[in-house]
Design a protein around this ligand. Structure first.
Ligand SMILES: C[S@@+](CC[C@H](N)C(=O)[O-])C[C@H]1O[C@@H](n2cnc3c(N)ncnc32)[C@H](O)[C@@H]1O
Length: 424
């Protein structure tokens, strides 16, 4: 029932899966149970649009009780996607409804009917546009519009479990040295040719098992996000602004890659998230000036001194990281995109005057939508006569009309976008 409650928190209350799961797991002691609940919740969110389609086929009218509705989805998920015994999955799911006797017989009947008609129901789901790829219709249409030839790859990658990727702190150890210490701990990983700090683990492990994690020898970060620090090309003595910095993955990477900056100022609007930047700085033994503030209103926090480099890792739809946060498919709504585009535009316009002439601004998002990426940058360049694109010549990702786009699954990476802009 814990998993069903978490799913209901996402579906009914609009909570993020991470938040709902973190709260729910506080009351669970066994590590094995925690892992099982987590697998159920991620799985149901990943296949929500397919499971809901099948559930609707099995019902005459929708289940009004949100937790029981979620419990039915959890039961269907187990039967189709998990290696559990079918009769055990049915009886455990029915048992979970024990406090609501009316629901026990309903869940029992639903799951048994599903097992009897599984072949027909799955075929119907395969023939339905949204159910077949388990995405909401608006989103799959938008992906098809933006990436007509790559949409199947993106949709499929969104439903795959992502690898756990490490960023080796090259200031403390070489990647080969760290690979060796992983191997000493019986952990296998492979290198990424175009990113010197990146290692892809062959299976995810809790961070406590990573050698030197507490001492800052390594961090968890997708390869796509690791590309920011080298693109920013920070030099000794420079003043760097990290806009929208929390939880600080890129902040720490910039400081690891160039320990002799004049200063790094990291700003984020969310105080709680900014405290995670502090934790990450401490773990890696580096420091920065942290400011809680609205990036679109520099008057409230800027000291008037220009920056040589600005990283603007903009708030975005996060549609490039659906494989890590499958609840995004459920929580993101079409209207959000326009609002985010306006926010990105206002932050870009507000931070541009803070860059020195000859300085570089790196705009980044973890989105795959053109509106938030290349179209945003085309609009910006058209409005700012002193802004010039520096083309990103790379072996990774895809050249866009402006900037470079990584589509989800490209070289095992999250979907990401970068554009580098120089001030004349
Ligand atoms: C994509 S995340 C940044 C990830 C971060 N750069 C990293 O590498 O760990 C976007 C961040 O933008 C912040 N944010 C959203 N609106 C903002 C605003 N108006 N001003 C400053 N930060 C904002 C959010 O709180 C969130 O932490």
């Amino acid at each position: 029932m814990i998993a069903a409650r978490v799913i209901s928190n996402v579906l009914q209350d609009g909570k993020s899966l991470n938040t709902a799961l973190d709260n729910a797991l506080l009351s669970v002691e066994s590590t094995k149970d925690k892992a099982f609940i987590q697998a159920l919740c991620y799985g149901v969110c990943r296949y929500f649009y397919r499971l809901s389609f099948i559930l609707n086929e099995l019902l005459d009218k929708p289940i009004k009780d949100s937790e029981i509705n979620a419990l039915a989805l959890v039961g269907l998920y187990q039967l189709n996607y998990m290696r559990v015994k079918q009769h055990a999955a049915v009886s455990e799911t029915v048992l979970a409804a024990k406090k609501k006797p009316w629901a026990k017989s309903l869940v029992n009947a639903l799951l048994r009917t599903y097992l009897r008609q599984q072949g027909v129901l799955e075929q119907k789901a395969d023939e339905n546009v949204a159910a077949s790829v388990s995405h909401p219709v608006w989103l799959l249409r938008q992906i098809e519009i933006d990436w007509p030839e790559r949409s199947s790859q993106i949709l499929e990658a969104n439903n795959r479990q992502p690898p756990m990727v490490l960023r080796v702190n090259l200031a403390l150890n070489s990647r080969d040295q760290y690979l060796q210490s992983l191997s000493d701990h019986e952990l296998a990983a492979k290198t990424v040719s175009f990113c010197e700090s990146s290692l892809i683990l062959s299976r995810p492990v809790p961070v406590e098992l990573l050698p030197g994690f507490e001492q800052g020898h390594v961090s968890v970060q997708d390869t796509a996000a690791q590309l920011a620090a080298s693109l920013l090309d920070v030099q000794v003595g420079q003043r760097v602004l990290d806009v929208c910095a929390a939880p600080g993955g890129k902040t720490v990477h910039i400081l690891e890659s160039q320990p002799h900056l004049k200063e790094l100022v990291a700003i984020d609007i969310d105080e709680a998230r900014l405290s995670r930047v502090q934790e990450n700085l401490l773990r890696s033994n580096v420091s920065a000036q942290l400011i809680v503030g609205d990036a679109a209103k520099p008057k409230d926090w800027w000291d008037g001194q220009l920056f040589d480099r600005i990283l603007l890792d903009a708030p975005c739809s996060a549609l490039g990281v659906i494989r890590r946060h499958p609840d995004i498919k459920i929580l993101r709504k079409p209207d959000d995109i326009k609002a985010l585009q306006l926010l990105q535009k206002s932050i870009l316009a507000a931070t541009w005057p803070l860059l020195s002439s000859g300085g570089l601004l790196l705009y980044a998002t973890c989105s795959i939508l053109k509106q938030e990426n290349e179209e945003q940058i085309m609009g910006f360049l058209a409005m700012h006569a002193d802004a010039f694109e520096v083309p990103i010549d790379a072996t990774w990702g895809n050249a866009a009309q402006r900037g470079r786009q990584i589509l989800t699954g490209d070289s095992e990476m999250d979907g990401f976008y970068y554009a580098l802009i120089k001030k004349s």
